[in-house]
Every structure is written in C-alpha cells, then in structure tokens.
Design a binder for this molecule. Structure first.
Ligand SMILES: CC(C)(COP(=O)(O)OP(=O)(O)OC[C@H]1O[C@@H](n2cnc3c(N)ncnc32)[C@H](O)[C@@H]1OP(=O)(O)O)[C@@H](O)C(=O)NCCC(=O)NCCS
Length: 192
C-alpha cells in the first residue's frame, strides 16, 4: 500500500505544496508532467535537438512505454525504489525518483519541477536523499544521477554538492537523435 505523507511541506501564494510518496495510481499524472517539461529541458542541448524533435520524442508511444515501464520498476520493490511527487493542490508541480540498481548503485533517476526556483527541487532532492539514507546497503553508498550537459540542472546539482563523476553516456531516441548525458555523484558524507 502506498504510504502518503499528507502534511503540507510549504505554502506559496496561499496554496500548500505537498511532497508525497507516489504509487501506481500516480503514474499517468507523472508522465503527463514529464512530457510537458521535456521540450524546455532538452531543447538545444545539442544543435540537432530542436524543440520540434524533442517534443515529438516526448509525444511518441515508444517513449511513453519506456518511461512508464521505468516508473513501474521503481515502484515494484519498496526496498529498491520510490517516486516522490510534489503536488500543489492536485496539480503535479514536480517529481523525483530513488532507485538502487542490480549492482547496488544508488540513483536519483529523475528530477523535474515547474514552476522552478521556488524550492520544490531542493525539497524533492531532500526526500530522495532521505530515502537513500534509510536504504544504505553498506552504510556508505554515494548517490548518482545522469543529467544533460550545460543545463540549469547541472548548476543546481553543483550547488547541492554533486560533482562530475567522469562518466559520460546518453540515450539514443527512436528517431536516431542522441541526448548526451553526464554522470554526477554526491559523496555520501554530503547527504546530510
Ligand atoms: C533543476 C531543477 C530540478 C531545480 O529545481 P527548482 O525547483 O528550480 O530548484 P529550487 O527552487 O528548489 O532551488 C534550490 C536551490 O538551488 C539553487 N538553484 C536553482 N537553480 C540554480 C542554478 N541554475 N544555479 C545555481 N543554483 C541554483 C536555488 O537558489 C536554491 O538554493 P538554496 O537551496 O540555497 O536556497 C529544475 O530547474 C528543473 O526541473 N530543471 C529541468 C529538468 C532537469 O534538467 N532535471 C534534471 C534532469 S533529471
């Protein structure tokens, strides 16, 4: 059963924003939110990633299937993953995910917010770090994430204590376009 935290975490313009632990019933709302954030997030990361290309990828059935399968995997074992959703009223204003992979590596897999710059990102990151703190297998696991280079998010993560791990990767879309990603790592001592 999904554990919901119903205590308001902060209030902006008179409407409370809640950080909740998401469940299967939240997946459609989360994916709709993710799709809406894709163009602003990834447009222009490379010259070939035009707004049209990024939007068309976000709207594709292939992407919907892959993204929702990922969410289901994070929720399939409460000891291995979790999704945190920020809602303002019933509206999704952000989400993030925590995941421990088959090799025992601890991840924050997604973090998206809108509106930005009002504290939602920091609070979602805090929820993910708390989750990892409670699920440390060795007691000293660092936290990893992938992020697109040269984006506002990279500066945000630096500000929060993450550093480049030196690993580079990316994802190649069904259109053949490539989204480059860089890995960042939060040393465990910085998680509190
Ligand atoms: C990156 C992102 C999640 C940040 O969330 P946000 O809600 O805007 O961040 P917050 O308002 O909580 O800001 C938190 C802190 O980071 C700082 N910050 C935010 N953006 C920053 C930036 N570009 N450079 C430096 N610091 C920044 C804020 O000043 C604040 O500092 P404080 O904790 O000292 O008060 C959000 O901008 C986003 O959704 N970006 C697009 C999606 C994306 O690229 N996600 C990462 C890939 S998974």
């Amino acid at each position: 059963m999904t554990q919901k935290d119903s205590e308001p975490r902060y209030t902006e313009a008179g409407i409370a924003t809640f950080i909740e632990k998401g469940g299967m019933e939240d997946i459609d709302d989360i994916f709709t939110f993710l799709k809406s954030r894709y163009p602003d997030t990834y447009q222009g990361v490379t010259p070939e990633l035009t707004r049209e290309i990024v939007s068309s990828h976000a709207e594709s059935e292939d992407y919907r299937i892959r993204a929702t399968a990922g969410f289901k995997e994070y929720l399939s074992n409460a000891d291995k993953g979790a999704i945190f959703v920020a809602r303002r009223g019933r509206e999704v204003v952000g989400y993030s995910t925590a995941f421990i992979d088959a090799e025992g590596k601890h991840w924050m897999r997604d973090l998206y917010t809108f509106p930005q710059g009002i504290g939602t990102g920091r609070k979602l990151l805090g929820a993910v770090l708390d989750w990892h703190q409670q699920h440390q297998s060795r007691g000293d696991n660092d936290i990893y994430l992938w992020v697109a280079p040269k984006t506002r998010a990279v500066r945000f993560y630096f500000h929060q204590g993450f550093r480049l791990s030196g690993e580079y990767g990316g994802s190649t879309w069904e259109s053949g376009k490539h989204l480059p990603l860089i890995e960042m790592r939060l040393p465990v001592l910085k998680t509190r």
